[in-house]
Design a protein around this ligand. Structure first.
Ligand code: 5GP
Length: 218
């Protein structure tokens, strides 16, 4: 589109944002994240470290960095994690350095983390964050999606359903809430959020210089 190209050509310096997506497991967050990442060159995924065992099909360094508990504790003690939490029976955390480098370079980072991590991030990074909560359309849909994950046992599914109720109680700590009836529709909504948030005045660090040039002021 001509207008977008023109706008991009101005290359106004911008600080990256942190797009946080949280939801109970089974609400469709992973499909939405993958689709968002595939279509947006300016967005990359924050790859978490976890002590959870790798599921079939998951790739180390792509889905997670799979590490053991000793390594995890070392990272916590060295301050290498921006946030960390225990989810179900395993530990998860967000490596700090890649995130900070991306934001400084004007690149946006997507986080697939739970409410505990979101709260911790909020305490450390503040304005860089955009928090989106994804809800399933019904309890039945949630359970059905959890059951489709053949690798999870009945016990795991039951545990996750209980946990989902708890996770969903945090919906009102988020900036936006998307009910995921249809993945394409949810994707369009999250893209709209992203587009609007990228235009926030305080993220567009180069605006003052740009306006000064427009006004002929040095
Ligand atoms: P799963 O084991 O199904 O991949 O993820 C379980 C839960 O852990 C999900 O709700 C996911 O959002 C959360 N999670 C994944 N990585 C992180 C992380 O780095 N920090 C926090 N706080 N939660 C995470």
């Amino acid at each position: 589109m001509a207008i977008d190209t023109h706008y991009d050509a101005l290359a106004i310096k911008r600080r990256g944002l942190m797009l946080v997506l949280s939801s109970p497991s089974g609400a469709g967050k992973t499909s939405i994240s993958r689709a968002l990442l595939a279509r947006d060159d300016n967005l990359s995924l924050s790859i978490s470290v976890t002590t959870r065992p790798r599921r079939p099909g998951e790739v180390d360094g792509q889905d997670y960095y799979f590490i053991d508990k000793i390594e995890f504790e070392l990272m916590v003690n060295r301050g290498e994690l921006l946030e960390h939490a225990k989810v179900f029976d395993h530990y998860y955390g967000t490596p700090r350095e890649p995130v900070m480098e991306a934001l400084d370079a004007g690149l946006d980072v997507l986080f697939d983390i739970d409410w505990q991590g979101t709260q911790q991030l909020g305490n450390t990074v503040g304005q860089d964050m955009v928090k989106v909560f994804i809800l399933p359309p019904s309890t039945e849909a949630l359970e059905q999606r959890l059951r489709k994950r053949a690798q999870d046992t009945d016990d795991v599914v039951a545990g996750r359903m209980a946990r989902a109720a708890d996770e969903m109680s945090h919906w009102n700590e988020y900036d936006y809430v998307v009910i995921n009836v249809d993945v394409d529709e949810s994707l369009a909504r999250i893209k709209a959020i992203l587009q609007a948030e990228r235009l926030r005045r305080e993220r567009q660090k180069g605006l003052a210089d740009f306006v000064n040039r427009l006004r002929g002021v040095d």
